[in-house]
Design a protein around this ligand. Sequence first.
Ligand code: ARG
Length: 570
Amino acid sequence: MLRIEKYIERILKNAIEKAFPNKELKPIEITIATNEKFGDFQSNFAMMNSKIIGGNPRKIAEDLVNNIPENDIIEKLEIAGPGFINIFLKNSYVSEYVRKMTTEKYQFTELNTDGDIIIDYSSPNIAKRMHIGHLRSTIIGDSVKRLCNFLGYHTVADNHIGDWGTQFGKLIVGYHKWLDKDAYQKNPIEELERVYVEFTKESEKNPELEDIAREELKKLQDGDEENYKLWQEFIKVSLEEYNKLYERMDVHFDTYYGESFYHPIMPKVIDELVEKGLAVEDQGAKVVFFDEKENLHPCIVQKKDGAFLYSTSDIATIKFRKENYNVNKIIYLTDERQQDHFKQFFKITEMLGWDIEKVHIWFGIMRFADGVFSTRKGNVIRLEQLLDEGKKKALEIIEEKNSSLSDEEKDNIAEVVGIGAIKYADLSQNRQSPIIFEWDKILSFEGNTAPYLQYSYARIQSILRKAEELGKALDENKEIQIIDKNERPLSTYLTLFPTMALKAGEAYKPNLLTDYLFELAKKFNTFYNSCPILNQEDNILYSRLLLIDRVAKTLKEGLNLLGIKTVNRM
Ligand code: ARG
């Protein structure tokens, strides 16, 4: 099934061919009407093409409208203002579309979905517990992946973990000097983190520690056995911890290659850069200089001591992906501070002549009102702590509202609602705005929040259950009738779901979808307050059951695209 405006477009395109044959026209655009008075959809085709066709846009609009035959979709057309075409849909068409919405799959035929979209997200640096600074990349990335899948793309979710940075030299030094064996036994990653903070503190007093750390790192990179073993252990204990959190957040990756995986490719990358004259020696290091117009700092790709850098690994990553996938595009999610890094290495791969589409999706950093989170400064909120806090808050509310549920059910609902609230609080923000972290805001359960949507979903499930108890279960063979004035806005708004998901997916902006779902839930609640269901005569009852079932399924599918689950009772 296509988006509803695609069916309208077909009718209008036929009319355009008849009315204005053999003309090179700008393609017709159909937009959602900004006001009910202007119908359901609008087109500014006449104004867009008035120069090409010649003549008054209102006259062009009339010629077009006069060539549209009677059809099952359009009820009436009006010409407004300077030449807008206002399109009003037939109730019968809207209701039939709504009925089919959840049984047929959407087709986004205009997208080129060949190949793989590789999405590189979450990507924490090993040996630190994940904190709320990792939240955004993880859940925005997950939602982008889900949106891409919905649009028909094949995705590869890659967790590009930071397992090859300078932190390992420091960790190895810290491990030998300050590790508390018992603490390490109990909670390895917590102890590693402590050791790391210790290193930072000590090295301020004693800067030689930095040199020792660099030596340890070099030894590791040259394959020293002892350091290599330690390094593997750090990765293992870190991933064990991360996977617990990913599981709770319902975030799943296809690969976890990480920076180190590309290490063997890096010398080849340097060779190619040198051969092509792109990397040159500068004070012993190998550096890529950019054209002045690029406005980019030179990029070091290999240090004097032979060590590779973050950029080198990213260039190597592209080489690997180019050779091992049929890349449609690569999408990266990081915070705004990495914009220059991405510009640099994207440019370098272009200079190498590697033709791969890449997008860096950056987002604003989350901070406390008085500063940024930092593991080194020790002022972080751990992700686990945040999820627990969300769950606790949800549990309190459930106890208050629905204490008759079993403890197990309460626990399950609290996990879904608490984590949903947290994800939604982040996803519903404009991606590029900075976020000031406030517990109240992130754990809010009212208004434009996941719990409000989850509650609307559960409310519908409860109505459907009651109907079934009355012997009037939802019946797919019945029709949806649009009669009451509150049924129409709800129904037409429902039909826009695939359009909104497309918009959100193309702009990589999950907040466009949250806005839609919030509006949908509000429209459902308005409808339900004035349109009773269970005490109505059968044809109305069955029609409304079908309508609310579509609302519920759309809420569920929409929330699923955000990585948020639903529950049948709350
Ligand atoms: N590990 C990096 C960090 O924590 C993020 C990696 C992003 N992905 C990439 N291909 N550079 O900052």
